[in-house]
Design a protein. Structure first.
Length: 140
């Protein structure tokens, strides 16, 4: 397979698998830390309307979902891509950062969470995932 085709497929796979990790964590989060009483988290409108009821503990799993989804996607890309491994891993971070920005626009959250999420969950985690993918997974 040509390296460019492999790299493109790898990036698509990293986005897909990182998104699966993200959604998996979001899906289980309500079972571990239940949403506040009286909140409807099944729809975007219900979530917006009840966001004022959320305590800091309710933001733990969304942050973990964003960080670990990005980390996992970047690690996979760094492991499988043929060259420029860290650049592709950081590209995963930029992709998920764009999604995080869109999420903040659609679903306004507390300022502290916005700053923490945008500054800590995407580019730093893609960098760390990229390093892990390069150093750990590619050992012979």
């Amino acid at each position: 397979m040509k390296p460019i085709i492999r790299n493109i497929l790898t990036v698509v796979m990293g986005i897909f698998l990182g998104s699966l990790v993200n959604m998996g964590i979001i899906t289980i989060s309500g079972h571990i830390i239940p949403p506040p009483d009286g909140s409807d988290v099944t729809t975007m409108e219900g979530l917006k309307a009840s966001l004022h009821l959320f305590q800091p503990k309710h933001f733990i799993f969304p942050f973990l979902a964003h960080a670990l989804g990005t980390f996992f996607g970047a690690a996979i890309v760094a492991k499988i891509s043929t060259d420029h491994k860290l650049k592709y891993a950081l590209g995963i971070g930029v992709f998920f950062l764009a999604g995080g920005i869109a999420n903040i626009i659609m679903l306004p959250s507390p300022v502290w969470f916005t700053i923490l999420d945008l500054a800590g969950a995407y580019i730093p985690m893609s960098y760390l995932g990229g390093l892990l993918g390069i150093k750990q997974f590619n050992k012979k």
